[in-house]
Design a protein around this ligand. Structure first.
Ligand code: 13P
Length: 250
């Protein structure tokens, strides 16, 4: 799957009933028949099928926000990677901080999920990011290196992989690292990926955490930033589209 820049993904999190989700997808679909970049939306499981149907004439990518590490079985309430693919998803977000920190997911579990998602042919958006305490203690690089090392299966290639740097303290807070910090951190992540994966320097890198129409252009102009992963601002079609345009997308 070719991901042209800018890569702008919207994580709807646990938001969206059928009417509003389809309205949002419909508004985006009207603008996105042809795209110069890559636009993706990640609705809750309940809307994946309907949203995928709604945008099927467009280049918009639809994905899930998580998957189980097994393909099927006695796992009440869980959704597997083949199920996501079967409902129309082409991608999945894994290792989001709301699952790592909110639900206690370990690097080892994220790695198992990543393997399952790739086996099902899904593009994986792997999220990594330090907590505020780690940031203040100067432990950011160590945390990111550990997450990259622990979350990526041995022998994985760069195809079908996107990495999103989302500082935990920037998610939903209105606070972001400085442009210089984002640039330097992305450069570091690029180098870590190049060391860990053959061809790893070609993996698209997204920044996530309080991305808004107002700061999107500055962030996406930075070297080693290929796009953004947007939470709150992706729930409004106009904001999400202006973020996409701010990155040069049309
Ligand atoms: P916000 O854009 O709401 O800060 O969320 C970012 C995020 O978690 C995207 O995955």
């Amino acid at each position: 799957m070719r991901l042209d820049r800018p890569v702008v993904f919207g994580n709807w999190k646990m938001n969206g009933l059928r009417a509003e989700g389809l309205a949002l997808a419909g508004t985006l679909a009207e603008r996105a028949v042809r795209l110069t970049g890559t636009l993706g939306i990640f609705p809750p499981f309940t809307l994946i099928h309907a949203v995928a149907q709604r945008v099927k004439e467009t280049a918009i990518l639809v994905g899930g926000q998580d998957c189980h590490e097994r393909a099927s079985g006695a796992y009440t309430g869980c959704v597997s990677a083949p199920m996501l693919a079967d409902s129309g998803a082409k991608a999945v977000i894994l290792g989001h901080s709301e699952r790592r920190h909110g639900l206690g997911e370990s690097d080892a579990l994220v790695r198992a999920k990543l393997r399952a998602a790739r086996a099902a042919g899904l593009l994986v958006v792997l999220c990594i990011g330090e907590t505020e305490a780690e940031y203040l203690a100067g432990a950011r690089s160590a945390r990111l290196a550990a997450q990259i090392d622990g979350s990526l299966p041995e022998g994985i290639g760069p195809e079908g992989l996107v990495v999103a740097y989302e500082p935990v303290w920037a998610i939903g807070t209105g606070r972001t690292p400085t442009a210089e910090e984002i640039r330097a951190t992305h450069r570091e992540i690029r180098a870590m990926l190049a060391k860990r994966i053959v061809g790893g320097d070609s993996v698209p890198l997204l920044y996530g955490g309080s991305v808004k129409p107002e700061n999107a252009a500055e962030i996406m102009a930075l070297g080693d930033v290929d796009g953004v992963l947007v939470g709150g601002a992706s729930l409004d079609a106009r904001s999400f589209w202006s973020i996409y345009q701010a990155g040069g997308g049309a």
